[in-house]
Structures are given as C-alpha cells and as structure tokens.
Write a protein that binds this ligand. Structure first.
Ligand code: CMP
Length: 152
C-alpha cells in the first residue's frame, strides 16, 4: 500500500529539443526514473497560450524573445506523476542556464544556453495548477495505473 501522496508536474520539450530529435531520450529518462506518464501531446503553441504560460516573466528583457522561441516550432507537452515529482523533475532538468547545468541533467547534457534550454518543468504546485490547463483538458489527463505502480 502506498504511504505517500503523488503529485503532478508539467514538462515541455521545447522547439530545440524537438528539432534535435531528443524527445525519446528525454522521455526515456523520466520513464526509467519510475515516473508515470499521464498525458502527452506534440503541439504548436499559440502566441496567446505562450504569453499565458510565461505571464510571470512579462516585462522582463527576455520575454519577447522567449515567446518567439517557444512558438517557433512544435513542442511536446507532458504531464508526469510521482512522489515529489516537481523537485525530482527540476533536478533532472538541471539549472535554467544550460552552461551551468550539471552533466547528467537534461540541460547539462544537451545545451549551453539560457533561452534554448531544451525543457521546461513546473517549479511549484501553484505553477502546475496554472500551467497544466493551458496544455491539457481534464479528459486528456489519464487516470490509469501501471501494473507495477505500487512497487515503483
Ligand atoms: P523555463 O524554465 O521555461 O522558464 C522561463 C524561461 O525563460 C527559461 O526556461 C528560459 O527559456 C527563459 N529565460 C530565463 N531567463 C532568461 C534570460 N536571462 N535570458 C533569456 N531567456 C531566459
């Protein structure tokens, strides 16, 4: 019987991650860590949704470039579930600036920049609550069980 609560997080594989054909590599890392995939889609983000997603950064010097970049090509949106999944996934992504990200993290392995940094992951439960609605309707988030879910 599970003695801890599960939480969810939103991950985006950004346009540079899709273009570099590392979608599979990134998802494999999450699966091997034992996280549960609850929703996933390849999509083009509208400018309106991009601005809503990144509204906390509105007014910052990099905001316009960030919106141009995140809407420049397909992204993959994923909802993962697991124990402490928000901090686990943030750790797996590495620091925002890829140049400073530790080897072995997604950014540390794949990027050296701060804008084109391959992935986004929710930084808190509040962020997840705001973000997941931009990418998924409730019926797209599947409530199913892995056969080994109690063990992982
Ligand atoms: P993300 O984790 O998606 O959250 C906000 C994004 O803004 C971040 O990843 C980067 O892509 C981008 N970003 C953050 N800080 C900077 C910066 N100083 N210059 C350019 N882009 C940034």
């Amino acid at each position: 019987m599970r003695v801890f609560t599960l939480e969810k997080t939103l991950v985006l594989i950004k346009p540079d991650g899709v273009q570099r054909r590392i979608i599979g590599n990134i998802i494999e890392r999450f699966e091997k860590r034992g996280l549960f995939v609850r929703a996933m889609k390849l999509m083009l983000l509208s400018r309106e949704k991009a601005e809503e997603h990144y509204k906390i950064h509105k007014g910052k010097p990099f905001f316009n470039d960030l919106i141009e970049y995140i809407t420049s090509g397909p992204i993959v949106a994923i909802i993962l579930e697991g124990k402490d999944v928000i901090s686990v996934v943030r750790g797996m992504c590495g620091t925002t600036d890829g140049a400073k990200a530790a080897p072995g993290t997604i950014r540390g392995d794949f990027c050296t920049g701060i804008q084109n940094n391959v992935v986004h992951a929710s930084d808190s439960q509040e962020s997840y609550k705001h973000e997941h609605k931009i990418f998924f309707s409730n019926d797209e988030i599947l409530d199913y069980r892995y056969i080994d879910e109690e063990l992982v």
